[in-house]
Design a protein around this ligand. Sequence first.
Ligand code: NAD
Length: 250
Amino acid sequence: MGRLDGKVALITGAARGQGAAEARLFVAEGAHVMLGDVLDDDGAIVAKELGERAAYRHHDVTSEGDWDAIVAATRSEFGRLDVLVNNAGVFRIVGMTATSLDEYMRIVTINQVGPFLGMKAVTETMIGQGSGSIVNISSVAGLAGSPGTIAYTAGKFAVRGMTKVAALELAPFGVRVNSVHPGLIDTPMLREAFTRDVEVDIDGAGANVPNGRLATAEDVARLVLYLASDDSSYSTGSEFVVDGGMTARL
Ligand code: NAD
């Protein structure tokens, strides 16, 4: 028996990295999964690999029209919608004074406005069903600051705060909303930033984490699975950290 038997999930940014790992784990645990992303070739390959309990659809999280379309497609393809994972995101390491307003707005629009639109888009369906779980992927950058991440940190703090507001508004209707705060996760996002924006040795970065390694996408996916499933039925409005001890250190 799977931990998500009978449930239908929508995962944003699911073409690669953590979103793809969550899609694979969710299907293995019995769910039907709609994958959204803007990387259409990669997304279609992941969905094909997962078989008939998965489908891919082009979905830009900054577009309200795309949200309406993917929620409607999920309901018509799989009949319901129990879980939303607001996972899509972008990351740059650029100093504050070198960050243009356009770049700030681009990052905040994807990382902050995207999850806001997503929560709005699924609310009516989840309230109608009398249950649902929304998992917002924030970051350790939603808990503390680090140089070179002004726009990213703004968006991730906002996701942490919006999670609490949405959790309080939706609790009477059986819909839970929690935030996840990953540390350094070995995905294309981190590898690209560490080569494009700064010259950081990715293995050295892992050695600096208290538990001695970077996380895998699967490390995060297992936490997201817990929040998506009924195992976490009494958790809402909460922050779940998966960082190998990074934020425990002074
Ligand atoms: P990733 O770059 O591998 O995956 C992110 C996905 O989001 C990509 O497939 C990308 O195409 C998609 N995406 C970007 N813009 C989009 C848009 N407008 N609409 C739809 N999809 C879009 O990165 P990842 O590490 O898997 O990141 C997943 C989430 O985890 C992100 O929210 C990220 O901020 C967060 N996070 C990552 C790390 C890390 O170290 N990798 C740490 C903390 C938090």
